[in-house]
Design a protein around this ligand. Structure first.
Ligand code: ACO
Length: 333
């Protein structure tokens, strides 16, 4: 008995911001950004595009792909660190907009590990009998919490959303997971203002505390280690050896992080999915967007063994070992 993905969809803003455009805003170059991160461009939400609208569009596409009516959804979970507003939950807005009239709804914040955490929460709901159909969305508008005058962070992030529909399956599906957190590193990556500790004030705004701040070097080291150890643990729990893995889909924070982790896991580039060059780091949206694109590119077939790994602020991390069960229609279907 397990849980599997029966539908998937993504929604990204049309507006592309290239490295050259960022180089006209802050003191950086395309060469610096590409050599340090592998990122060439990212999508940036325009006015009217928000975490809610992108998440809703991805959710509707996932339900269409699954051929499931919104009325049959039992639970809507939105993984995000850039919610539509502090309250209500973005999940409630999406639940209403898509007509999931029977569903419960809540947001989940595990930063860039949020989507992988959400898969495990969905599995727990379904395995326990608490829900038959879970709609899991990862949606972010990172551009709204980025300091566009800070060259050390503004080059890294982008906006977008991805969604999956999850249901029970007799064979295959989620085989194992590995979730973790180390809050002693919370200061390494945070948006310090606007919460209970430091409510919004003229001073917090003057101090730019409403923007994301990061110690890039420390987060880099953590990211490589967390990706390797959580992926290895999830594979060991699933009873898989790294040679048996068909596709590794890591959080798309930085191509250097992905390559360093893949090397340590002895995975060649043919078994690693990368699209960070086109989207940058879309936080909890990055894994479902990457999964959708891997499916669109025909890189996943039934029976394939996948490992999805998220990591980020918290610090937190999550890896899911997933045996793919669905036939993927070709582009013509
Ligand atoms: N353009 C040009 N120079 C820059 C830029 C830029 N955009 N940004 C920083 N620099 C400079 C720095 O000022 C520094 O100059 P100095 O040596 O004179 O002080 C120099 O480049 C080197 O800076 P480093 O920070 O050491 O550069 P590094 O090689 O570590 O790369 C990077 C920085 C890309 C941020 C890297 O540390 C990284 O990827 N870290 C992990 C980030 C990450 O994945 N975060 C997301 C986690 S997910 C989540 O939860 C949101």
């Amino acid at each position: 008995m397990s849980t599997t993905i029966v539908g998937w969809g993504k929604a990204v803003p049309k507006n592309v911001r290239s490295n050259a455009e960022i180089a006209s805003m802050v003191d950086t170059t395309d060469e610096w950004i590409f050599s340090r991160t592998g990122i060439r461009e990212r999508r940036i939400a325009t006015e009217g595009e928000t975490t809610f609208t992108l998440g809703r569009d991805a959710a509707e596409r996932a339900l269409t792909r699954a051929r499931i009516s919104a009325a049959d959804v039992d639970m809507v979970i939105v993984a995000t660190l850039t919610p539509e507003m502090p309250m209500p939950a973005t999940a409630s807005l999406i639940q209403d907009a898509i007509g999931a009239s029977r569903a419960g709804a809540f947001d989940l914040n595990a930063a860039c590990a949020g989507f992988a955490y959400g898969m495990e929460v969905a599995r727990a709901f379904i395995d326990s009998g608490g829900a038959r159909t879970v709609l899991l969305v990862g949606s972010e508008t990172m551009s709204r919490v980025i300091d566009w005058t800070d060259r050390s962070t503004c080059v890294l992030f982008g906006d977008g959303a991805g969604a999956v529909v999850m249901q029970h399956v007799d064979h295959g599906g989620v085989r194992a997971s590995s979730l973790g957190s180390d809050g002693s590193g919370s200061h390494l990556l945070q948006i310090a203002g606007g919460g209970s500790r430091t409510p919004v004030s003229k001073q917090t705004i003057a101090d730019r505390l409403h923007f994301l701040a990061m110690d890039g070097r420390e987060v880099y080291k953590f990211a490589v280690n967390a990706t390797v150890s959580s992926a290895a643990t999830a594979m060991a729990r699933a009873g898989w050896s790294p040679e048996e893995l068909d596709l590794f889909i890591p959080h798309q924070a930085n191509v250097r992080i992905i390559k360093a982790a893949a090397r340590r896991l002895h995975l060649g580039t043919d078994r690693v999915f990368v699209n960070a060059h086109r989207y940058g780091n879309t936080s909890s949206a990055s894994i479902p967007i990457a999964l959708c694109e891997a499916l669109e590119q025909g890189r996943v077939s039934p029976g394939n063994r996948l490992v999805l790994v998220g990591f980020g602020a918290g610090l937190s991390w999550a890896a899911v070992a997933l045996e793919w069960t669905m036939t993927v229609p070709t582009a013509a279907e």
